[in-house]
Design a protein around this ligand. Sequence first.
Ligand code: SF4
Length: 204
Amino acid sequence: MSPNTYRVKEVFGPTLQGEGLHAGMPCLFLRLAGCNAWDGRAETRAASACPYCDTDFRGGGSLDLAGILARLDAQRGATVNPGLGLVLTGGEPLLQADAELLAGIAAGFAWVDIETNGTRPCPPRPPNVFVSCSPKRVAGQDVVVEPDWWKVLIPDQEGFLERAFASGKPVFVQPTCPDGGPSGPLYAENLQRCITLCLSRGAG
Ligand code: SF4
């Protein structure tokens, strides 16, 4: 068992994966703490790489792999669905995730989606571990990961679209909610832009 420890913000579920190739499938979530795109404080959000971010990834507790697996087992409870997956998210999970963590969590789930901003390479991973990249422009940090699919936030990260299409991997678009959630008028504009993109570039 790995001697490494990881800062874990929360474990929750079962719920449904809302994004990417496993959208709609049952899963648990494992959220690692910390991000390199924003320090998580409200007063610095507007100037960060992700002014729309509404995730609380600060704090958390230190756990080793055995502790994480025990937390996941407890969270799974009586759920026996053999198709249950796990979403490894953050913050930015690839600031902490190593090969030992990926192998350990992959053994207990049908699939694992890593949700990353792309600025860190992914360690070696079992074949049922997938990389979902929602690329972000973080100052001084390139997008270096080789994802299995892209999720491009519209319009804030639309500049990544051509690169995503050129990779030949599936591309998902998602509107940002810059004005307080999906009831705001800017969200409606962003959603319309996504629909226009899908109508003009989408494939079946
Ligand atoms: S990379 Fe993700 S978690 Fe980090 S600040 Fe941006 S949207 Fe939030």
